[in-house]
Design a binder for this molecule. Structure first.
Ligand code: AMP
Ligand code: GLY
Length: 423
């Protein structure tokens, strides 16, 4: 079989490596991929949102199955365009991808169907939002409605910060049209859990839980990033919590989407906060998380392609999706200065024995050398019998990899480990 994976990051690299385990797979194309993937896929210089070109490429190359991984092409209807030409795909269609594409949509969906989430108000003009804020509880959370490269959420600790956020999103249009509407939301507290799930619109199969580390610096300091590391499973996500999430959140969400005529097929990502009043949805993503995928898929024991095809064919209820009992830790190695300003073009050295453990996100090949080419450069994953061992091993691996201006957090998994020890 010939497969196509749309996207270019570490998440896509993890998906590609897992798909390759299936013996039927002869070739995988990555559009556009990155230089660090060349041993696993043929990278083609077509951007992830160049939908017409993606469809033409798929037809010309007789692609048997396509996986659309990032949010933007999903929200823009890449799956619809491929399926229209008869190419089976993994990923939600445009109508369903709105669950991530519009925060106003997802909040209203949760309200309508009684799915637990933070209290909120929606505004379509800055004046009303600013006057509402005068009497709103602080801290408060301001969210741009549309996609904003993961930067559209502002936690405001003072009234002034909240007002500044409204002005920069709605008046200065920091995120363009994504800020035409905003959600102003109750500030929640509690441990966060990411749960990725497979769903064919009828049944939902949660994957192993994970924990992201979004802030740039150790001890959760510094700016928000795309994610500096992950561990799986997440120790806060106990069996009881999982059962409650299934009943109160996962199943109701799948049913709600179907009821709305927006059947969701693909990977639905639940960003949850375990509050004192129970688990609540912080966000939905219409795709695999990055870098959650780099710890979740290495623990998947079932064949990924078969599971994906069962999603496409709506036969997910008929198959078993198995995860290992082990633990995984992924440490992201970034360029110093990320997420603001950083240099690129440094040579990356990865020992050969680590090839299976490294998921490359931002690199390019030039004159036979692999060079840094992004903020997040690569993720290093270790799978071991327990969390402690997986963390230690991941950091061992990190110490064997080098490139100029490398930066990584030193405390990935520390909080999870503490939670395990407290149990
Ligand atoms: P998002 O971009 O939606 O992933 O949000 C980024 C981060 O903001 C989340 O991972 C949470 O840590 C935080 N966050 C979002 N919404 C809330 C909320 N209502 N209360 C507290 N923290 C939040
Ligand atoms: N790691 C968070 C995300 O993928 O949105």
């Amino acid at each position: 079989m010939k497969l196509l994976v749309v996207g270019s990051g570490g998440r896509e690299h993890a998906i590609i490596k897992k798909l390759k385990e299936n013996k039927q797979v002869e070739k995988i194309f990555a559009l556009p991929g990155n230089g660090g993937m060349v041993a696993d896929a043929e990278c083609v210089n077509i951007g992830a949102t160049e939908i017409e070109k993606i469809v033409d490429f798929a037809l010309e190359n007789k692609i048997d199955y396509a996986v659309v991984a990032p949010d933007d092409p999903l929200v823009l209807g890449c799956v619809d365009a491929l399926e229209e030409k008869g190419i089976p795909c993994f990923g939600p269609d445009k109508k369903a991808a709105i669950i991530e594409g519009s925060k106003v949509f997802s909040k209203n969906l949760m309200k309508k169907y009684g799915i637990p989430t933070a209290q909120y108000e929606v505004f379509d003009n800055a004046e009303d939002a600013l006057s509402y804020l005068e009497s709103a509880p602080i801290p408060t959370v301001i969210k741009a409605d549309g996609l904003a490269l993961g930067k559209g959420v502002i936690i405001a600790n003072t009234l002034d910060e909240a007002k500044d956020a409204v002005i920069s999103i709605m008046q200065d249009k920091q995120f363009g049209k994504s800020g035409d509407k905003i959600v102003v939301e109750e500030f929640l507290t509690g441990p966060e859990v990411s749960v990725l799930s497979f769903t064919d619109g009828n049944v939902v199969v949660p994957m192993i839980s994970s924990m992201d580390h979004k802030r740039a610096g150790d001890n959760d300091t510094g700016l928000n990033t795309g994610g500096m590391g992950t561990v799986a499973p997440n120790p806060y996500y106990t069996k009881d919590v999982a059962a409650r999430c299934m009943e109160e959140i996962f199943v109701p969400t799948i049913r709600a989407m179907k009821e709305e005529g927006r059947t969701f097929k693909g990977c639905l990502y639940f960003g949850l906060m375990l509050t004192q009043n129970g688990p609540k949805v912080i966000e939905y993503n219409c795709r695999f998380g990055d870098p959650e995928t780099q710890v979740v898929l290495p623990l998947l024991e079932s064949d990924l392609l078969s599971v994906m095809q069962a999603v496409t064919n709506e036969t997910l209820a008929d198959i078993e999706v198995k995860f290992s009992q082990k633990s995984a830790c992924c440490v992201i190695m970034a360029s110093e200065g990320y997420p603001v300003k950083y240099e690129k073009g440094y040579e990356i050295t990865i020992p050969q024995n680590l090839n299976d453990n490294v998921y490359v996100a931002g690199a390019k090949y030039e004159n036979g050398k692999l060079l840094t080419n992004g903020g997040r450069v690569l993720g290093v994953t270790a799978v071991e019998d327990n969390l402690k061992k997986s963390i230690d091993k991941a950091y061992d691996y990190v110490s064997d990899i080098s490139f100029g201006n490398a930066y990584f957090r030193h405390d990935i998994g520390t909080r999870a480990l503490k939670a395990t020890e407290e149990k």
